[in-house]
Every structure is written in structure tokens, then in C-alpha cells.
Design a protein. Structure first.
Length: 115
């Protein structure tokens, strides 16, 4: 599979998750190192497919007077909070209630937008 914008080859996801006896598909974010286009890809048993494409490059350079679209910022923030919660959980540390509230709010916005 190649980048839709520049043709650079997209590697198969490296992560594999095993549950029970079967493999579970993995979902990863991928940024093309050649052009910067971003993808969400799913890998399963050596195959992969593109689930979504992002175009952050459009209006995302503050020096050119643009900003990242809110929905992209919210999706990235949602991932960041999820990762922080997972790290705290693994370390057996308390999760700030503000993180949970913000996560739930952002998740609700994302689900509503993707309907």
C-alpha cells in the first residue's frame, strides 16, 4: 500500500495483539515521512487497510495564518488523554477526574461527528 498523496510505501503495522488463540486486528496512526499526510491504518495477519485519512497540512501552519481544524485537535487530544490514563493505570496511580470528564466530552463530540 502506498501514500495516496505522494506514492511513498506505507509499512504494515508492526504491533500484533493476541487475545486467546486468535489475532486481533491492530489500529495505528501513520504519518508519511515524505509528505506528512496522516492515516489511521488497520493491520491483521499481514494485511492492512486505510480506515481514515487526515489532511492536517491544510491551514495547520500558524506562520501562514492557519490553525489545525478543531475536530483534528479534539481527536489528537482524545488520544493523548487515553494514553495518559493508560500510563497512570499501569503505574497504579490515581486518574485526575478532570481527565475523565474531558475524555468523555471529547469522545461524545467525536462519536456525534462520525455518525
Amino acid at each position: 500500500m502506498v501514500c495516496q498523496k505522494c506514492g511513498f510505501p506505507i509499512p504494515t503495522p508492526l504491533k500484533t495483539i493476541k487475545e486467546g488463540i486468535g489475532e486481533v486486528p491492530t489500529i495505528e496512526d501513520y504519518t508519511c515521512p515524505n509528505c506528512g499526510k496522516e492515516y489511521e491504518i488497520e493491520g491483521h495477519k499481514g494485511t492492512m487497510k486505510i480506515l481514515r485519512e487526515y489532511s492536517r497540512a491544510i491551514n495547520s501552519d500558524p506562520l501562514k495564518g492557519g490553525i489545525m481544524p478543531r475536530f483534528l485537535w479534539e481527536e489528537q487530544r482524545l488520544k493523548d488523554i487515553k494514553e495518559a490514563i493508560e500510563k497512570r493505570t499501569a503505574a497504579l496511580e490515581k486518574i485526575p477526574t478532570e481527565w475523565i470528564s474531558e475524555y468523555n466530552e471529547l469522545l461524545q463530540n467525536t462519536l456525534r461527528r462520525n455518525k
